[in-house]
Ligand binder design. Structure first.
Ligand code: ZN
Length: 151
């Protein structure tokens, strides 16, 4: 799939998928504890009380075949992925719940806050991923730069 060509059309589906996932986690996920709230503030989260975290056995792939293929092709939801942030909802794969990963995902929450919403954040983020790749995407570099090491 040529993602650069497909992106505009995939975006609406990606936003709808992300919003549905985030809504589900906002009701089923847990709130941050005191230490995690402090960590959230440290990496720039303005409303840590709104963050929800869900531990999952595997990151769920979208049912839509095109969206699923794109998620795998970019590596965003590939087998190596252990965390995903959608708005104020954070998914973390069981066994990977470290301070380092949580701080990384919380920085993405900050980025969503800056963008205002999932629909405000995803177009720019996905465009970066498609154009320069996951590792070099500036929003990923920013999240990595704000990782707090585990003790
Ligand atoms: Zn990231």
């Amino acid at each position: 799939m040529d993602l650069k060509t497909a992106l505009p059309q995939l975006l609406l589906k990606a936003i709808a998928w992300a919003e549905a996932q985030a809504a589900q986690i906002s009701s089923s996920g847990r709130s941050l504890d005191e230490g995690e709230m402090e960590l959230a503030r440290r990496v720039g989260v303005a409303r840590p009380e709104r963050v929800r975290v869900a531990l999952v056995d595997a990151l769920t792939l979208p049912e839509d075949p095109e969206l699923r293929a794109a998620a795998l092709q970019t590596g965003l939801l590939g087998p190596g992925m252990v965390g995903l942030t959608l708005g104020q909802s954070i998914l973390i794969r069981r066994g990977y719940e470290t301070k380092c990963l949580l701080s990384h995902e919380l920085r993405h929450v900050h980025q969503y806050e800056q963008a205002g919403s999932i629909a405000g954040f995803l177009p720019g983020y996905l465009q970066q991923i498609v154009l320069v790749g996951y590792a070099d995407a500036p929003l990923e570099q920013d999240a990595r730069a704000h990782e707090v090491a585990d003790l």
